[in-house]
Ligand binder design. Sequence first.
Ligand code: C5P
Length: 236
Amino acid sequence: MNKGQLLYEGKAKRLYQTEQEDILFVEYKNSATAFNGQKKAEIEGKGTLNNRITTLIFEKLKELGINSHFVERVSDHEQLVRKVDIIPIEVVVRNIAAGTLANRLGLEEGTPLKRTIVEFYYKDDDLGDPLINNDHIDILGIATKEEVETLYEQGLKINSILQPIFQDVGVILVDFKLEFGRDKDGNVLLADEISPDTCRLWDAETKQKLDKDVFRRDLGSLTEVYEIILARLGGK
Ligand code: C5P
């Protein structure tokens, strides 16, 4: 499969056409961004690490019955995916209070939640990705009621698959963000990536942060902790 015309460039990835209409080429970039693009850096090796980690996670999810846009990894920093129209909703699943939830509700970071919660954010950089509810989604007309139910259920199901996978390798899955898209038949498919860029992952014993918070909060080398996650998931 050959890389064709550039279709889209985001903060962390570039999407290219291929000769097959429903398949796209994804290139993972080395850019790291945080706080809606206000903090930026180029980090050698980051694209490769996220491409490899996302591949391992999407492959594990597929084995356990969750289909995604992922087709195959084709190089260190590239993969092929099925073409979908991204639904502009970020689905955040949380097991432990951290990040914006801790700030919004005044909870101490690390407080376990009595149950897993799912939140929706409107994917809109100009608005700063605001938290939205089902009524907001309805008036914006960005997803149907049935689709919103699917996003919620898939969020919980993916959490119930990923939590034990990470637990088995000594990692706590604190929270994560998912994106979904519609294929040409209107089926809702998991899309984007699942990596330490989009998850909070803590070492189960030391509580060391093994995710993008290392970059957000200047806690050390991002690639060193992403390497730890890749190795624990069985990658190299
Ligand atoms: O910042 P916040 O606490 O809301 O993030 C919750 C989870 O969603 C974190 O794992 C974070 O990395 C992820 N996230 C993301 N992309 C965003 C916002 C949050 O991957 N635009």
